[in-house]
Design a protein around this ligand. Structure first.
Ligand SMILES: NC(=O)c1ccc[n+]([C@@H]2O[C@H](COP(=O)([O-])OP(=O)(O)OC[C@H]3O[C@@H](n4cnc5c(N)ncnc54)[C@H](O)[C@@H]3O)[C@@H](O)[C@H]2O)c1
Length: 422
């Protein structure tokens, strides 16, 4: 079986390696020649993915993984084409299909009859059949029934790809029965996880949006309850643990906000189509948490943060991942600047130059000059045993992820502020 994987990023490269290790002959396609060059040298251009360098080296050495920038040629020599480029939103929160459209054009130029094409990027409902499929047909001169077309959302998280690929059921939906069956047979060959064939591509598209929205809405609920708990002098964490002892309660953890290019993005795919109020409101609530937390910090300085040096720990949107798209760190830094404070950022996964490319000031840990306050934004492993005594001059520690021990912070001579802690 010859498989082309279009988009060799944090998700696409592990997929390509997985398929190759399972015996497929894989050609990875990327517009970035450096990515293709690295893979063709048996090297891994993606960091932070346990097992990936070994899987790429093994698949390359076995002659089953190579890469190219020539997507039409790769599509022409493949029986299966898997597409996993980024689909996001623009500044007005409208779906941006430009990466997908560019990939579609290239695939269509090489597409042959009977090829199985599977879209894995998260997309608005209907895109696989009515947008992607239609454009593949137009660009190739084939009709939609000349090739197989299915949608299968990628539900993994970067950093735990191989574990997730082995354990999360693979949801698959075809644009017709033959396409669904062909995609099911493909995944049964290349994955160990159960394959869950659903009625059609639209059901599979909707399932991915629904599971992302479930997270966003439930985090928003946790944030709302945490704010209410603070006002009522109750510990949200203790109350939620008690609530969750009943099987129908699954209260999430509150925090500084939701980042990355998935959870804060996909709700807009549904909002654009059908404008569900709870989905929109949840986005607003989660995006307002950074300013809420900075207001709490300001209160600890008598309402005035002007001139205060505040160290944000973590540019990444979550611990252990080098990804800053829509990170709450950016919202926290904005909120600090609006109050006249000077935000500094440390992140062990980013160089100072990379941090500065976000318009932010990079700092060392411990910082070379004293800071007035520290905000724990992303729980990188390095921060779990943070040496608080090294934070000279720091008066306040804002624990944005509910991860630090109050008593340890207070013993270091700092005031502890948490979300959901009155
Ligand atoms: N990152 C995650 O945690 C995650 C989790 C689940 C699902 N996903 C899905 O995976 C998609 C991709 O995410 P990612 O993290 O791998 O993104 P990424 O930015 O790491 O990788 C995308 C790759 O696609 C390449 N690319 C862009 N346009 C292309 C084109 N026209 N032809 C060929 N290659 C092209 C880029 O050069 C890049 O290497 C997301 O949009 C999402 O739908 C991501």
């Amino acid at each position: 079986m010859r498989v082309a994987v279009v988009g060799l990023g944090k998700i696409g490269l592990p997929l390509a390696a997985q398929y190759a290790v399972k015996g497929a002959s894989v050609i990875g396609c990327d517009i970035n020649p450096e990515v293709a060059g690295a893979v063709n040298a048996g090297a891994c251009p993606i960091g932070g993915e346990p097992g990936l360098p070994e899987a790429v080296a093994q698949a390359h050495a076995a002659g089953r993984l190579r890469a190219t920038t020539d997507t039409p040629a790769a599509a022409a020599e493949s029986n299966v084409v898997v597409v996993i480029v980024r689909v996001g939103i623009d500044e007005a929160n409208h779906t941006d299909l430009s990466n997908l459209d560019a990939a579609t054009k290239a695939i269509a130029r090489g597409l042959r009859p009977d090829t199985l094409v599977i879209l894995e990027s998260t997309v608005p409902v209907g895109v696989t059949r009515s947008h992607f499929g239609r454009r593949l047909a137009e660009g190739s001169g084939l009709s939609l029934t000349d090739f197989r077309l299915a949608y299968s959302p990628e539900r993994v998280s970067s950093g735990t790809m191989f574990r997730d690929l082995a354990t999360y059921p693979k949801v698959v939906g075809g644009i017709d029965a033959a396409s669904g069956e062909a995609a099911r047979a493909f995944y049964e060959q290349v994955l160990d996880a159960e394959v869950l064939l659903v009625a059609d591509a639209e059901t599979a598209e909707f399932a991915k949006l629904a599971e992302s929205i479930y997270r966003d809405v439930n985090i928003a609920l946790a944030n709302e309850l945490a704010i209410a708990a603070e006002a009522l002098g109750v510990s949200y964490k203790a109350a939620a643990a008690a609530s969750n002892s009943q099987p129908y309660s699954h209260l999430h953890a509150p925090g500084l906000g939701v980042g990355g290019h998935c959870i804060p993005v996909y709700p807009y795919f549904l909002i654009e189509a059908s404008g569900q109020p709870i989905v929109s409101l949840s986005r607003q609530i989660n995006d307002s948490m950074a300013a809420y937390a900075v207001d709490k910090l300001a209160a600890a300085f008598d309402g005035n943060l002007a001139g205060r040096r505040v160290l944000i720990l973590g540019l990444a949107y979550r611990g252990g991942v080098k990804e800053a798209t829509l990170s709450s760190a950016l919202l926290v830094a904005d909120a600090l600047r609006q109050r006249g404070a000077r935000p500094l950022i440390h992140d062990p996964l980013f160089t100072a130059t990379e941090i500065e490319s976000y318009g932010l000031e990079a700092a060392d840990l411990p910082p070379s000059e004293p800071v007035d306050a520290v905000i724990l934004q992303a729980l990188h492993p390095e921060y779990k045993d943070l040496d608080l005594s090294a934070l000279k001059g720091c008066r306040v520690f804002l624990d944005g992820r509910g991860a630090m021990d109050h008593a340890r912070v207070q013993a270091a001579g700092m005031r502890y502020i948490g979300i959901g802690v009155g």
